[in-house]
Write a protein that binds this ligand. Structure first.
Ligand SMILES: *Cc1c(COP(=O)(O)O)cnc(C)c1O
Length: 367
């Protein structure tokens, strides 16, 4: 079976982790600081603040904006639930704008229609490793005095018109086991704002600037040196990782571009895609429905994933709440019914790519 995702560490990760174990100091320390410094430079940010996962990165980024009940955050309904859970934790209200069916990102026209004097934040989600069309969103944010918080959990190192993910306001990243860079669990926040960076560091550490000097109500959002040690060799290799993923994506698109019922992912000249996922759309022309596709591929030895099978409002837990507006997003609904992700990771061989292409062709044709 060709898996949809793999975790593979090398000798350098082992060496760095053992070094931390032997140092006798394993919690947040110099290795976290080294990772923050490198991650900030990689994303053209003045500051990077490491935290213990991508969800707490979102929560902390929103908490330092001092959102009040009734304040609104406009985001995508086609995302991992963490985006929404983080907003609700801060007491703000979720508004859903529709998305483009090309990059699966927030549609600025739809966002503009939701902006009111209650709006505080626009939260685009850079899905699958490709950035959202940021220029019109940045324009809206400037014109309406809104903050941009980019959920970049899937898009380490992605770029839009030369600008890195997470550099348009506050950026949040995840190092969960399936992400392009992983520490098993971990996260990062990027910002150019010195004051926000300082508040994030204090918030992360129980509200302390120095030990037992509580300057605000805080939390324990700290990452450990043990985890950070895993990430550093992956940063050294990241250009090569992206190069391999990009080559795999190009091979899949070449093999699938003419298949009736399969729409290959769009790429854009002004964006650098880091291919966290390779996501096709299974349309009505396919002989096999999207929902039946994964099992049919598995029979042919090909793993796949549906990210995400439904919109947030399709779940009862999120309906009928005063803090989740029931905005209608028809394009997102279509995309959620069609999205299917195929393996694109660095461990794929040329034979694996052929196997994936042949399997998708067969299943789409009902063979
Ligand atoms: C993975 C992910 C998160 C959450 O990150 P965790 O590290 O799992 O907490 C948030 N948003 C998106 C879009 C993600 O893919």
């Amino acid at each position: 079976m060709i898996p949809i995702t793999t975790v593979r560490f090398g000798a350098e990760e082992e060496r760095r982790v053992v070094e931390v174990i032997r140092s006798g100091s394993i919690a947040q320390g110099p290795v976290v600081a080294e990772l923050e410094d490198r991650f900030a430079r990689m994303h053209d940010a003045r500051h990077a603040i490491a935290v213990n996962n991508g969800t707490t990165a979102l929560i902390a980024a929103l908490q330092v904006l001092d959102l009040r009940p009734g304040d609104e955050v406009i985001t995508s309904p086609f995302t991992f639930v963490a985006t929404i859970n983080a907003i609700l934790q801060t007491g703000a209200t979720v508004r859903f704008a529709d998305i483009h069916d090309t990059d699966f990102g927030l549609d600025a026209t739809s966002v503009a229609g939701l902006i009111s004097d209650r709006t505080r934040v626009i939260m685009p989600v850079h899905l699958y490793g490709q950035m959202v069309d940021m220029a019109p969103l940045a324009e809206l944010a400037t014109a309406n005095d809104l903050v941009i918080v980019e959920d970049s959990a899937q898009s380490h190192g992605a770029r839009y018109r030369g600008r890195a993910a997470g550099s348009f306001g506050l950026g949040t990243f995840s190092f969960y086991a399936t992400k392009n860079i992983t520490t098993a669990e971990g996260g990062m926040i990027t910002t150019d704002d010195d004051a926000l960076a300082d508040r994030l560091r204090v918030l992360r550490n129980q509200g302390m600037r120095a030990r037992y000097e509580y300057v605000t109500v805080g939390n324990n959002f700290r990452l450990t040196d043990l985890h950070a040690a895993l990430a550093i060799p992956q940063l050294d290799r990241y250009d090569e990782t992206v190069r391999l993923r990009r080559a795999n994506a190009a091979a899949l698109t070449a093999g699938l571009a003419d298949v009736p019922g399969i729409r290959t992912p769009a790429t854009f000249a002004d964006r650098d895609h880091v291919w966290h996922q390779y996501t096709v759309r299974v349309t009505d022309e396919s002989a096999t429905t999207r929902d039946d596709f994964p099992a049919a591929l598995a029979e042919r030895g090909v793993g796949s994933g549906i990210y995400y099978p439904k919109l947030i409002l399709d779940y009862d837990a999120y309906r009928g709440r005063p803090d989740v507006a029931e905005d209608s997003t028809p394009t997102a609904a279509t995309v959620a019914a069609q999205a299917l992700s195929l393996p694109v990771h660095t461990e794929l061989s040329p034979e694996d790519l052929d196997t994936i292409i042949d399997a998708v062709r067969d299943v789409a044709a009902g063979r």
